[in-house]
Ligand binder design. Structure first.
Ligand code: ASP
Length: 310
């Protein structure tokens, strides 16, 4: 049997178990399951990894539970500026968007950038123009408004802080989202989407949209989607570093990802996690925070949803 599978994440951070009611936990679990199930069905029928990760991330972007698409955090100026990327392991083609407003599904725009433009990374107002030109769904500012995010922003604003969405313990919502997949044809793909950090300034761009930092896929090694404090992920070029360790040092995905997430990043002060799948279908989901929303389903029909360390 050809190995295949999909993994997803909904962000990493300091999540308080005590503040997660049974109802809230269940809502997250259901949303995560819905996301990987839709991608999995596609893979099971012989569909491609690119389509599977795209579909899974769209489900998470459309859920207001996560910090991506609807539910994105507020910037310092009170806007929602979103970053997203997608990469195909077979061709090493990629598309990405940074600081884009009003686009319902930034990951779809990243996909269109890859397929329909001559560029890899586009940003801001011109990226929005391109989205309109390509007929993508555009929403009003109100669509992205979430009461809980507004409160979280006000708090960060008053404290003069820029924070990871998931570190706001009083917040009912967490997380950047991402998906990685291996299809039956041996192709890998990765996608990530985020509203970034709460109260970010100056058009700040995180790791999610940067190929090699927060998102990377290469059929020779693995597909990776990261979540955490983006500045550190950019400086450590996390996703590509893991792939490079596999390629040049012949480390397994497990060894490479443990080293980067549990040693390299913490030594710099970087917090977060990642999901990764290699070309044989081996899966990893390390994180150096208290928790990470995550899930997977593989060719053996095994599935998992987790929030805390378990
Ligand atoms: N990595 C994202 C960023 O820095 C944030 C996150 O993963 O929650 O924009």
């Amino acid at each position: 049997m050809k190995n295949y599978g999909i993994m997803i994440h909904g962000g990493a951070g300091t999540m308080s178990k005590a503040k997660m009611t049974k109802w809230k936990t269940e809502a997250y679990r259901q949303a995560l399951k819905r996301a990987y199930s839709i991608g999995y069905q596609n893979l099971h029928k012989g569909g491609g990894a690119m389509d599977a990760v795209l579909e899974a991330v769209v489900v998470l972007e459309n859920s207001s539970l996560f910090n991506a698409g609807k539910g994105s955090v507020f910037t310092h100026e009170g806007d929602h500026e979103m970053d997203a990327a997608i990469m195909e392991g077979k061709t090493l083609q990629a598309g990405a968007v940074a600081g884009v407003k009003y686009v319902k599904n930034p990951v779809c725009l990243a996909d269109v950038v890859m397929k329909k433009s001559k560029h890899v990374l586009v940003s801001g107002e011109k990226a929005l123009e391109f989205a309109k030109e390509q007929g993508l769904e555009i929403e009003s500012k109100e669509y992205f408004y979430e009461e809980v995010r507004h409160k979280q922003w006000q708090k960060a604003l008053n404290a003069g802080k820029v924070s990871l969405d998931h570190d706001e313990e009083e917040s009912a919502k967490y997380g950047t989202v991402g998906a990685v997949a291996l299809d039956k044809h041996g192709n890998l793909a990765a996608a990530t989407s985020t509203g970034g950090m709460v109260n970010k300034k100056y058009g700040r761009i995180g790791d999610s949209s940067l190929i090699g930092s927060g998102t990377y896929a290469n059929n020779e090694t693995c597909a990776i989607s990261c979540t955490g404090h983006g500045e550190y992920y950019i400086r450590a070029v996390v996703a590509h570093d893991i792939s490079a360790r596999m390629l040049y040092k012949e480390q397994s995905l497990q060894e490479a990802s443990e080293e980067v997430i549990m040693r390299v990043l913490p030594a710099m002060g970087g917090r977060g996690g990642m999901i990764g799948i290699d070309h044989e279908g081996n899966m990893v989901m390390p994180f150096n925070t208290k928790g990470m929303y995550r899930g997977f389903k593989n060719a053996k029909n095994e599935e998992f949803v987790g929030i805390f360390k378990e």
